[in-house]
Design a protein around this ligand. Sequence first.
Ligand code: GMT
Length: 377
Amino acid sequence: MKLKIGIVCYPTVGGSGVIATELGKMLAEKGHEIHFITSNMPFRLKKMYPNIFFHQVEVNQYAVFQYSPYDIQLASKIAEVADREKLQIIHVHYAIPHAICALLARQMAETDFKIVTTLHGTDITVLGQDSSLKKAIQFGIEKSDEVTAVSNALVDETHLLITPMKPIRTVYNFIDERIYYKMDANHQLKADFGVKEDEKVIIHVSNFRPVKRVKDVIESFQKITEMIPAKLLLVGDGPEMGKISQMVDERHLTKQVLFLGKQENLEELYAISDLLLLLSEKESFGLVALEAMACGVPCVGTNTGGIPEVIENGRTGYICEVGDIDMISSMSLKILQDDELHWQFSKAGIKRARTQFSSGKILNQYEDIYYQLMEMD
Ligand code: GMT
């Protein structure tokens, strides 16, 4: 049975937007009818799909209101689209505000759709600490028909912080294996970046929020360059960028650190990279580590949230304690200085990405959830 599914997400917000968009694309490729209900066009939706539709939520400013009523406009749009298109499932990404909006929409609509909520982390680890929102998050989770989280760690943290009376299922994130696979390095690109023959390339990709601890990336990189020639590619942009660029200046690392800003074709950057550093303080999954692994890049990550579920310590990379710069740099050097180990980790990473996190497997898990909900009627 082909389903009519509405997807609600913040289309341009990091990993959750990527996952929601990729999920929509892959479900459409399996024949389902997908309706994105978002404030902007999902950013990785680049080609034309006959069974993907985009319904834009108007986010207006009204002179009489101090704040724009995004949540209400979204709820109203979900109800309108659900009724017109006869949607059977609304799959929202983020409990706050999206699960609440979907619940409100269900009350407004005539169509009785099921609500699936996927937790990505920020809604729980940040908003969950704020007692003024706890009740709302709890409500969003408990009243959804099915709730998933992107790692076991996030399931545990949600139970701990929000204490909902509802089972939460882990459904891991995935990548599109047609995009993220091991490619030959583009030597011209390396040369354009000024990477010399004997230099190793380390990559960090994030939105430069304080939680990503990009300063630890710089400190670790500095220690690494004291031992071997290397370049650091910093990909992304965000609130910490000013501080980080100042730190790079002060440490006289400007020739070795390249600020690439936001980039679309990350697979080409992974193809020229030897190691990914993901040193966050909190990270419910760490999609970039999965992307890198799929491209054959070993990773060094921190022992927090879902990172140890993605990077297998001692097999596809290493897990170090948050802020332990000595350990991070020494484990990075271990990988970078031993070609055989690097090759083993690279091979194991590709296999792990394609088995544990295979898009086919994850897609089936989401489809099973949708079909089970349909059977409940
Ligand atoms: O990491 C961010 O700041 C963006 C955030 C988001 O909402 O997109 O990412 C979260 O969801 C991703 C997709 O599930 C996960 O891979 C990230 O680990 C998670 N970020 C955090 O938990 C900090």
